[in-house]
Design a protein around this ligand. Structure first.
Ligand code: ZN
Ligand code: ZN
Length: 93
């Protein structure tokens, strides 16, 4: 069983990979480089609407392997508020 700290650290490492940066760019472009919540173009981040846990391996799907429909561009502020308000649903896949 992994500790929360370890999985969070691993996750932020994944978000520095070339694969993620490329995928992130595609989503930002799709959303017109604007926050889909407030329209800001400052401090944009890509949010996952769902997390997928692979039953077979017990690992989360790599962040760049999600469908574009499960990702949305948010500014840092809306992103933070959203995470504080809602829990991202986890699906077993
Ligand atoms: Zn926003
Ligand atoms: Zn998020």
């Amino acid at each position: 069983m992994r500790t929360e700290t370890e999985s969070t650290r691993n996750y932020s490492e994944l978000l520095r990979t070339a694969q993620w940066l490329e995928r992130r760019k595609q989503i930002l472009k799709r959303d017109g480089y604007r926050c889909r919540n407030c329209g800001s173009s400052y401090g944009l981040e890509v949010h996952h609407r769902q997390y997928h846990l692979t039953r077979r391996t017990g690992d989360f799907r790599k962040p760049w392997k999600y469908d574009a429909a499960n990702m949305i561009t948010l500014c840092a502020r809306c992103h933070q508020v959203g995470h504080a308000k809602y829990k991202v649903p986890v699906f077993n896949v």
